[in-house]
Design a protein around this ligand. Structure first.
Ligand code: UD1
Length: 420
């Protein structure tokens, strides 16, 4: 299996182009199941997870084409020939579960494998299922699969989510778009990726009010039509490269990065001593002085995103003073702490909180990525560490970051992919 090898200590300098958001692209691809007409998505990132979702859509009988020659435009459409999302695909990528709402709403039945646990916590799907039941679906569990049926179609309802789950909000929003009557989704998640999805659904003929808020009102329509829709720039990729630049004391321009999607991250980084300015259609990130330890907690949007926690922990491991990070979204998302410790970081984990006492210098080491964002956290650490760091289990990284080693090497990092 491939590894990433980094020799740390070089300040990053240059331009990095931010790709389309993985977490916007995946639900938008699932939305392609809501219509027989063509949904064309642009600014699609070239990632393993996108390939997995394309395989899943094709498994449902839907055509997925890549018109154009850069692979960044996807055209999705056609009749649903198979309502089953098999275990072998769903276990690879939890976002596969997002096909449940669209297939059920369009065909009246769906059979989707339960995703099971993952490295960062149990991650149940109870909120997706309860919400669909409130929309009138009958849900049964059989042999590890969810069997959902609504032969007469889904019925609009008022659903109050006990927690603003991103995936549940997306599944229910898509399903409600084709339900009979009005649905109110209260305490909905309001991540920018959900706004991107809702705007696409509106372009497909859905009637949705309250977009961007935690209360979505959906007037169901009998069918949706084709549309062309652009995927927003990836806010987590943007924040990840901001941390990479900051730890090296460098200066980079993140082309396409949007500050309006990164409010809590920009504020937290500023507190730590990192300058981020909006300019030339992107964000400029630099650090002239030392890094200070800071405290933050992960929360649903617009709070600090859990998907930026590992990268900030790496940054705080070389900051002056102590930091406390509290992880409120996932119960087991500190897998990177033990790996950072192997590089000399001083980190203690107490339940949902981690205390990081900054050390002046990390030392390179072989490390293991525990999940997608943890893998970038280890790269951030490796960029500043003395000596050589080898990040193993790079398949996590490839799920969600496009061409990491090329982007960082173009800014002066000593980084390469080593084929196994
Ligand atoms: C999405 C993102 C992921 C991000 C997460 C939180 C995608 C493809 N993935 O994941 O990168 O880290 O949001 O911002 O967009 N929960 C339940 N029951 C449910 C659903 C969720 O208890 O039915 C819990 C989860 O276990 C977790 C928390 O709610 O503890 C947040 O999960 P959720 O917001 O649903 O995250 P995902 O949609 O899985």
């Amino acid at each position: 299996m491939d590894k990433i090898r980094i020799r740390g200590g070089r300040p990053l300098s240059g331009n990095i182009t931010i790709g389309g958001a993985k977490n916007a692209a995946l639900p938008l691809m699932a939305a392609g199941l809501l219509t027989a007409e063509r949904l064309v998505l642009t600014n699609v990132p070239l990632l393993a997870d996108i390939q997995t979702m394309a395989i899943l859509l094709r498994n449902h009988g839907v055509a997925v084409a890549t018109p154009g020659n850069d692979g960044r435009t996807l055209s999705i459409g056609g009749p649903i020939a198979n309502i089953e999302a098999p275990y072998d695909i769903v276990r690879k990528m939890r976002a596969s579960f997002l096909v449940l709402g669209p297939i059920l709403a369009r065909t009246g039945e769906a059979r989707v494998s339960l995703p099971g646990g993952c490295q960062i916590g149990a991650r149940p799907v109870d909120l997706h299922l309860k919400g669909l039941e409130q929309l009138g679906a009958e849900i049964r569990l059989d042999a590890g699969y969810v069997l959902a049926s609504a032969p007469q179609g889904l019925q609009g309802a008022t659903i109050v989510l006990p927690f603003p789950s991103v995936g549940a909000t997306e599944n229910l929003l898509m399903a409600a778009s084709l339900a009979n009557g009005q649905t109110i989704l209260a305490n909905a998640a309001r991540e920018p990726e959900i706004t991107n999805l809702a705007e696409c659904l509106v372009a497909m003929g859905a009637r949705i009010a309250g977009i961007g808020s935690d209360r979505l009102t959906i007037e169901g329509v009998p069918c949706l039509h084709g549309a062309t829709h652009a995927i927003i720039p990836d806010r987590i990729e943007t924040g990840s490269y901001a941390c990479a630049a900051a730890i090296t004391g460098g200066a980079v321009h993140l082309r396409g990065g949007r500050a309006d999607h990164l409010g809590a991250v920009v504020r937290t980084l500023a507190e730590a001593g990192v300058e981020i300015r909006e300019e030339d259609g992107g964000l400029s990130v630099s650090r002239r002085n030392g890094l200070h330890g800071i405290d933050f907690i992960t929360e649903p949007y617009p709070g600090f995103p859990t998907d930026m926690q590992a990268q900030l922990m790496a940054l705080m491991s070389v900051a002056e003073g102590a930091s406390m990070i509290t992880e409120n979204i996932f119960e087991d998302r500190f897998g990177h702490a033990a790996e950072l410790r192997r590089m000399g970081a001083n980190i203690k984990v107490h339940g949902a909180s981690a205390i990081i006492r900054g050390t002046p210098m990390l030392s390179g080491a072989p490390v293991m990525a525990s999940d997608l964002r943890a893998s970038f956290g280890l790269i951030v650490a490796g960029l500043a560490a003395h000596g050589e760091t080898t990040v193993n289990r790079v398949y996590h990284l490839d799920r969600g970051y496009e061409a990491v080693e090329q982007k960082l090497a173009a800014c002066g990092a000593d980084i390469e992919r080593v084929a196994a």
